[in-house]
Write a protein that binds this ligand. Structure first.
Ligand code: PAF
Length: 287
């Protein structure tokens, strides 16, 4: 396994792969867990070569404290992925991804405003201003550098995945975006690098989120959408260590919140919940 820590190192490793191969790519921000490993295994199974990136992308954090405290464990991550069959780890410096950083004048790292098809208007979008544009900046930059044929993303970041599918199509990247199911712990908690930041008490409380949202499945068509949102919100908040930021029932394609069950063919429930100060997101297919 090659570990490339600069753009030049990566480009020489990528050139050695040559063309005509299926190159699978799993972009990550590190602090790897079983959820990432499930994406990596899928890539190793389906592709000739697997590349992962580890880069805590500054442009997608709208909260400096969240960026500063995001767990960084690159050496451990590399040890974890080598036996799974990764061929190249790309763990670049900020300047490799955003050449503007070399100027050191505090100017924006990337000024591009990408077309996200309006999919950033709902859910996480207004609550994390700039997040999806920053995410799109880094993912397009990584696509340009890594030149994968396939890229693997988890449905835990449901909105992120819809946006990536949109801009991959819109910008005509010849990349197949592979949707992978949410990896959960045995207790139902969606696996996330942020789970590392929970206290033992919060970690014990967090599976309550999945228990509550799972009840949404039986509410479809039985109570109104507004009643379902209110009941699930109240039940999550009944745990004193958890506080919902939002619970939304949305059209699974446009991501717009719905008010009637027959308003959309695919229906998804999504939520963000604080175990202060950690913010956890989850989602579930209702229809
Ligand atoms: O999902 C993530 O970990 C990040 O948003 C991604 C796709 C690696 C871009 O930084």
């Amino acid at each position: 396994m090659i570990i490339a820590k600069t753009l030049a190192e990566f480009e020489s490793a990528r050139a050695a792969v040559g063309s005509g191969k299926k190159v699978g790519f799993v972009p990550t921000m590190g602090a790897l867990h079983e959820g990432h490993l499930s994406l990596i295994r899928r890539s190793v199974q389906e592709c000739d070569v697997t590349v992962i990136s580890i880069f805590v992308n500054p442009t997608q954090f709208n909260n400096q404290n969240d960026f500063n405290t995001y767990p960084r464990t690159v050496d451990n991550d590399c040890t974890l992925v080598e036996p799974v069959g990764v061929d190249i780890v790309f763990a670049p410096r900020v300047v490799d991804i955003y050449p503007n950083a070399a100027k050191g004048d505090g100017a924006p790292l990337d000024t591009r405003v990408l077309d996200l098809g309006g999919l950033d208007q709902y859910g996480e979008g207004p609550r994390r201003p700039g997040h999806f544009n920053g995410m799109a900046q880094v993912v397009t930059r990584l696509f340009d550098i890594v030149k994968p044929t396939h890229a693997f993303f988890g449905e835990k970041d449901f909105q992120q995945l819809a946006i990536i599918e949109y801009f991959t199509r819109n910008l005509q990247y010849p990349i197949e975006i592979v949707r992978c199911p949410i990896a959960r712990g045995e207790d139902g908690l969606a696996l996330s690098s942020r789970n590392e930041l929970l206290t033992p008490e919060q970690r014990a409380a967090a599976p309550h989120i999945y228990k509550c949202i799972s009840k949404g499945v039986d509410m479809v068509g039985k109570v109104s959408v507004a009643e379902a949102v209110a009941a699930i919100t109240q039940e999550i908040n009944s745990n004193p260590l958890l506080e919902t930021e939002y619970v939304e029932i949305i059209d699974g394609s446009t991501l717009e919140p719905i008010t009637e069950w027959d308003q959309a063919e695919k229906i998804q429930l999504s939520c963000a919940v604080f175990a202060h100060p950690v913010r956890l997101i989850d989602n579930l297919k209702l229809k």
